[in-house]
Design a protein around this ligand. Structure first.
Ligand SMILES: Nc1ncnc2c1ncn2[C@@H]1O[C@H](COP(=O)(O)OP(=O)(O)O)[C@@H](O)[C@H]1O
Ligand SMILES: [Mg+2]
Length: 252
């Protein structure tokens, strides 16, 4: 599966991008060079307090670099690295992320189709043996009609298993329910599209994960009642549990 994010750059342009990436700048930076758009991702600079909270940023950077190497070699639906150094990566522009695309698309059937396409893309990505770690519409883009995944700082080989892929699926559904609430009604079709394209082992594992996670619904009930906006993520918990467990409850 060859992806469509533009990847060919001349030697001169690559050197220019490498020079820019080696200069100080934000951790994620959009830049224009030679009439094209690229994104630089640098190692995050954190003080001690944040390092303790978020972990070692160099390890996260190395996880992402390793992910792009392995996923590019497997022709996975991710953009191709354009350039890299010991503390930066350069990627081609993949346009707006899926959360923004869903917010902005006025045609409901086109909008719904985007979520189905993203779900099938996740299934195909899993079928190659990979797990993302924390997939979200914020880390998905559409290039020439093809959905691509970004942001692999949580990539770990030990998650490249059906259990890790099942967790990816639940996390993806949760991020849609929490941050794109207008898409909640389409989630059952999105899950059906995932299941039709994925290994049959994944859905029961995702259900098992949700079954064990039901305590989270009970303990967050008071927080789910807070005004909209302040409790988006808590309010999404029962939606997602119902999405995965409704057929299991019906069978019980
Ligand atoms: N190659 C790219 N093309 C388009 N947008 C990108 C690209 N890389 C990053 N972005 C944008 O920047 C955001 C942050 O980048 P990401 O790699 O997800 O870092 P973070 O760890 O901060 O989430 C993404 O959600 C996306 O909107
Ligand atoms: Mg991200």
């Amino acid at each position: 599966m060859e992806n469509k994010a533009p990847q060919n750059v001349s030697k001169g342009l690559r050197e220019l991008l490498e020079n820019r990436a080696q200069q100080d700048g934000p951790r994620v930076e959009r830049i224009e060079a030679d009439d094209r758009v690229f994104w630089i991702k640098r190692v995050e600079q954190l003080d001690l307090r944040y390092r303790l909270q978020k972990g070692d940023p160099r390890k996260a950077f190395e996880r992402e670099r390793q992910a792009y190497h392995e996923m590019n070699a497997a022709q996975a639906p991710v953009p191709h690295l354009v350039a890299e150094g010991c503390d930066f990566l350069v990627l081609p522009d993949c346009g707006l992320d899926l959360r923004k695309l869903l917010e902005r698309e006025g045609d409901v059937s086109k909008r719904d189709q985007m979520l189905l396409d993203a779900s099938v893309m996740l299934a195909n990505f899993h079928k190659l043996g990979f797990a993302h770690g924390r997939p979200s519409p914020k880390d998905m883009c559409q290039v020439d009609g093809q959905m691509l995944l970004l942001d692999f700082e949580r990539y770990k080989h030990q998650n490249n298993t059906p259990v890790g892929q099942a967790r990816d699926l639940v996390v993806f559904a949760f991020n849609v329910a929490a941050h794109s609430p207008e898409m909640r009604g389409v989630l059952p079709d999105a899950m059906a599209a995932y299941r039709a394209a994925a290994d049959t082992a994944i859905w029961p594992l995702a259900q098992r994960w949700c079954w064990w996670f039901q305590w989270a619904d009970w303990v967050t009930k008071p927080l789910q009642k807070r005004p909209e906006g302040r409790s988006k993520e808590f309010k999404a918990i029962p939606v997602v549990l119902d999405l995965f467990l409704s057929d299991r409850k019906a069978e019980a």
